[in-house]
Design a protein around this ligand. Structure first.
Ligand SMILES: C[S@@+](CC[C@H](N)C(=O)[O-])C[C@H]1O[C@@H](n2cnc3c(N)ncnc32)[C@H](O)[C@@H]1O
Length: 269
C-alpha cells in the first residue's frame, strides 16, 4: 500500500471517509452474498464483461476491500481507494498492489491500463468529470471501462414497498449520493469524457436476510449522510422484520470503450 489520500473537501467526502473507516468491506459483505437466478453475484456479473486475457493490466478504481481482485485473480490489478480501512481489509485477503489515493488525481502514467473497473463508486465522485477525465487518461487507446452502479429497476412490488419503508425510516426521499449520474444522462457524461457506452444492462440480485446479523449489515450498508443513530436503528428494525426472506438489489452494468480524440462528439442521451 502506498501514498496518502487527499484531504476531505466537503461534507459528503468526510461522511464517506468516516463511513468506510467504520464499516470496511460492508459493500463486499452484502454484494458477495447477493445472487441472481444464475447464481452469479454482482461482481461476477461485472467481471463477465472484462477482457479475459491474463496479461490484462487492470485498475480497480475505488476498490474498497477488493472483491473484484478476489474474483479475478488472473488479471494484473492495481487497486486505488481513499479509505485506509478498506485498503487494510483488502490487503489481508491477497498480496496486492494497493494505492491510497483519490479518483480525481490518479498517480499513474497516461495509457497505463487495458481495463478500468469501478464497482459501486461512480455515483460517489465529486467532481465526477475530473474522475472521468482521469479514467480516460489512464486507459490505453483500446481500453475498456466497466461500471457497476446502483439501479432502481427491476424491482418487485414487495421490494418497492420495503424500500419505501427503509427510506421512510431514514427520512430520505431516495437513496442519496454525491452526484446523480446513476439517475440520468450517464451516456452523455461519459461520451463528453471520451468514453462511448457499448452496453448498459440492469439486473436485480437477491440478498438473503438470513438472520438478524444479515439484516443489520444490509441496513448499515446504506449511506445516510445526515448521520443519525435513531434513523439507522429504524432501518435496522425494518430489515430485521424481514428475516427469513430476501431483498432485491437492482444494479446496472455499463461497458464503455475509450474514444479516439477524433471521435469525441456531443452525445444526445
Ligand atoms: C460502495 S464502496 C465500493 C467498494 C468496492 N468497489 C465494492 O464494490 O465492494 C465505495 C468505495 O469508494 C471509495 N471512494 C469514495 N470516493 C472515492 C474517491 N474520490 N477516490 C477513491 N475512492 C473513493 C470508498 O472509500 C469506498 O471504498
Amino acid at each position: 500500500m502506498m501514498s496518502p489520500a487527499s484531504s476531505a473537501a466537503n461534507p459528503w467526502t468526510s461522511y464517506l471517509d468516516r463511513f468506510h473507516e467504520d464499516h470496511p468491506g460492508i459493500t463486499e459483505d452484502v454484494l458477495s452474498e447477493a445472487c441472481h437466478v444464475d447464481d452469479m453475484n454482482p461482481y461476477a456479473w461485472l467481471l463477465a464483461v472484462a477482457p479475459r486475457n491474463p496479461g490484462v493490466v487492470a485498475l480497480d478504481l475505488a476498490c474498497g476491500s477488493g472483491p473484484l481482485q478476489t474474483a479475478a485473480p488472473h488479471l494484473r490489478w492495481v487497486g486505488v481507494d481513499r479509505s485506509a480501512g478498506e485498503l487494510s481489509r483488502a490487503a489481508k485477503v491477497l498480496p496486492r498492489v494497493l494505492v491510497r489515493g483519490d479518483g480525481q488525481s490518479q498517480p499513474f502514467r497516461d495509457a497505463t491500463f487495458d481495463l478500468v473497473a469501478c464497482s459501486m463508486a461512480l455515483m460517489l465522485f465529486d467532481p465526477l468529470d475530473a474522475v472521468l477525465a482521469e479514467i480516460h487518461r489512464v486507459l490505453r487507446d483500446d481500453g475498456t471501462l466497466i461500471l457497476l452502479l446502483p439501479g432502481s429497476l427491476p424491482l418487485s412490488t414487495r421490494d418497492r414497498v420495503r424500500y419505501v419503508r427503509l427510506l421512510a425510516a431514514l427520512r430520505e426521499v431516495r437513496p442519496a449520493y454525491p452526484n446523480s449520474v446513476h439517475l440520468g444522462r450517464l451516456h452523455a457524461r461519459l461520451r463528453r469524457a471520451g468514453l462511448a457506452v457499448v452496453s448498459d444492462e440492469r439486473r436485480c440480485f437477491r440478498y438473503p436476510l438470513r438472520d438478524e446479523h444479515h439484516a443489520q449489515r444490509f441496513a448499515e450498508s446504506l449511506y445516510v449522510p445526515a448521520l443519525s443513530t435513531e434513523r439507522i436503528e429504524g432501518a435496522v428494525r425494518a430489515a430485521r422484520s424481514w428475516v427469513g426472506s430476501t431483498i432485491g438489489i437492482p444494479l446496472r452494468r455499463v461497458v464503455c470503450d475509450k474514444l479516439m480524440e477524433s471521435a469525441r462528439a456531443p452525445a444526445t442521451r
